[in-house]
Ligand binder design. Sequence first.
Ligand code: RP5
Length: 163
Amino acid sequence: MSALVGVIMGSKSDWATLCHTVDTLEALGIEHEVKVVSAHRTPDLLFDYAAGAADRGLEVIIAGAGGAAHLPGMAAAKTPLPVLGVPVQSSMLSGVDSLLSIVQMPAGIPTGTLAIGRAGAINAALLAAAMLGNKYPAIREALEAYRAEQTQKVLDAPDPRPT
Ligand code: RP5
C-alpha cells in the first residue's frame, strides 16, 4: 500500500520530536513517508510536495517545525488535504514561537495545531488515525486498541509511588 500520511519537518534537527509521530504511526500500522522539507530553505520543494501530495495518494500531512514555523501553514496553502502542525520546542523560546506561528492562521486556510513537542507529535499521529479510521476499518481498530491499552495501563498501576 502506498503512504497515506506524509510526515514532513523543517530540519533534520526536528527529527527528535517527529520521531514520536513516526513511532506512533508505525505502532498503528499506518503507511507513511518521512522527509525534510523546509519552508524557508527549500520553498520550491515545499510547493511541489504539498501541491502533489493528494495525487500521490497521501490523505493527511503532518508537518513539524520550530521557531518561525511556516511549514504547516504554507503546506496547507498548497493542498486540499488536512494538515496537522506540530510545534517543535525551540531552544530560544521553548516552542511558544513555533506554536503561535502554526496556530494563528488566517480564516480560509486552516491547520490543525497540536501541542508543543512530544505530546503534539504523538497526538498528530493519533489524530491522523482518527481521520483515516473513518475510511479504513483496520486503522479504526488499531486506534481503538491503542486507546484501550493505555487505559488498561493506568488501571493496572493506580499507585503513583515508585516501587
Ligand atoms: C525550522 O528551524 C526548523 O523546523 C527547525 O525547528 C528550526 C531550526 O532548524 P536548524 O537550524 O536546526 O536546521 O525551520
